[in-house]
Design a protein around this ligand. Structure first.
Ligand SMILES: NC(=O)c1ccc[n+]([C@@H]2O[C@H](COP(=O)([O-])OP(=O)(O)OC[C@H]3O[C@@H](n4cnc5c(N)ncnc54)[C@H](OP(=O)(O)O)[C@@H]3O)[C@@H](O)[C@H]2O)c1
Length: 338
């Protein structure tokens, strides 16, 4: 029997999550919600995703635009086992009581605080914490990136301290607001919230972060310095990440010198929407000095959390006990090589 899934909030993350769920043979995408008849609502209909109005007040707008809805979010909630809430940060928490009243499990996103669910999710690092849970939260794009590369290094070598500087994109490519045109803005409240967010997944990790927002929309870049529990070599670190799911090593030597070429690679690979769901690490930008590791990674903020959402559904609905099997199943369905 397939797990029935609904998506509330069909924006940057929601439309990708809907696509990803629709590709899984153990899940059924029952419907998505929109508040208004935008091009994204039309796209949902074109893709065959049943469209629901977020609330009764929104129905008239769809009718006026000649778009047929299958009902409202309340109707959708009667048909699903789990709802993926991808409404904007801060909006989602208002929906929790509605999901609870409907007896439906809920996955929130990184824009919400960990305290909303008490459980946060990363497939490699803590898959089992969400096992059978009513509510969980897939951590933000940046936290997902930090967990993907740090968890295996901690497991294989041991991490005593991490200092990470995050060069953040100012807005998503489709946004009409957000990014400054010609300025870089440091986050002055230090250390930034990203370190504590990693600790919602790996509470033992000694990590502090700083961040600046930059006028770019393509990706975030992290500059990471790690103190290890023993000496290592660049070859050992590379061999760990070569085996780590959803981590892709690229080389400046091959012409991939910036986020621009990373996204070009993603488009050339024929990835849906040109997305790069893997965390990209520059192999020739990895440096080890005794027990210190330095590296750069790029995060495609619009898509790296998408496979995590799928795995989180599997954990919460007890579809698959083994995280590596869930990851492999999701990856295969989404066209990820490992
Ligand atoms: N974008 C990223 O880089 C990124 C990365 C990782 C995690 N996240 C997290 O994912 C969550 C969603 O972010 P996003 O970037 O996908 O936001 P987004 O692009 O703004 O999409 C959210 C969508 O929710 C819909 N919406 C707004 N109010 C709603 C309501 N009351 N009920 C139902 N739907 C409503 C909006 O569509 P309509 O009003 O047109 O229906 C909007 O398109 C946030 O927690 C965010 O922090 C974002």
């Amino acid at each position: 029997m397939k797990i029935k899934v609904g998506i509330n909030g069909f924006g940057t993350i929601g439309k990708r999550a809907a696509w990803a769920v629709s590709k899984q043979d153990d899940m059924e995408l029952v419907g998505v919600t929109k508040t208004r008849p935008s091009f994204e609502a039309l796209m949902a209909i074109d893709q065959g995703f049943p469209l629901y109005a977020a609330c009764q007040d929104d129905v008239a707008g769809f009718e006026k635009a000649g778009m047929k809805t299958a009902g409202t979010l309340d109707d959708l909630l009667t048909k699903v086992d789990i709802i993926v809430d991808t409404t904007p940060g801060g909006v989602a928490e208002g929906y929790k009581s509605k999901y609870e009243a409907a007896g439906v499990k809920g996955i929130f996103q990184g824009g919400e605080d960990h305290s909303l669910t008490g459980i946060s999710f990363n497939a490699m690092a803590n898959y089992h914490e969400s096992w059978g849970a009513k509510f969980s939260r897939v951590v933000s794009c940046n936290t997902t990136g930090l967990c993907r590369t740090l968890y295996p290094i901690d497991k294989e070598i041991g991490v005593s301290r991490v200092i990470a500087s995050l060069i953040r994109r100012g807005a998503d490519p489709g946004d009409r607001k957000g990014s400054m045109l010609n300025a870089i803005e440091p986050s002055l409240k230090l250390p930034t919230h990203h370190g504590p967010d990693v600790q919602t997944i790996m509470p033992w990790m000694n990590i502090q972060t700083m961040a600046v927002v930059t006028p770019t929309t393509l990706m975030h870049v992290h500059c990471i310095a790690v103190d290890l529990k023993r000496k290592t070599t660049e070859d050992e670190v590379v061999s760990i990440w070569q085996l780590t799911p959803r981590v892709r090593l690229v080389r400046g030597k091959d012409g991939i010198k910036s986020t621009g070429q990373v996204m070009e690679l993603s488009r050339d690979m024929g990835n849906p929407r040109g997305d790069m769901m893997e965390i990209v690490v520059w192999k020739d930008g990895i440096k080890v000095v005794d027990d210190h590791l330095y590296y750069y990674q790029a995060i495609h903020q619009e898509s790296d959390v998408v496979p995590e959402i799928v795995d989180c559904i599997r954990s919460m609905t007890k579809l698959e006990q083994d995280p590596l099997r869930s990851i492999a199943k999701t990856n295969k369905a989404l066209g990820l090589s490992k």
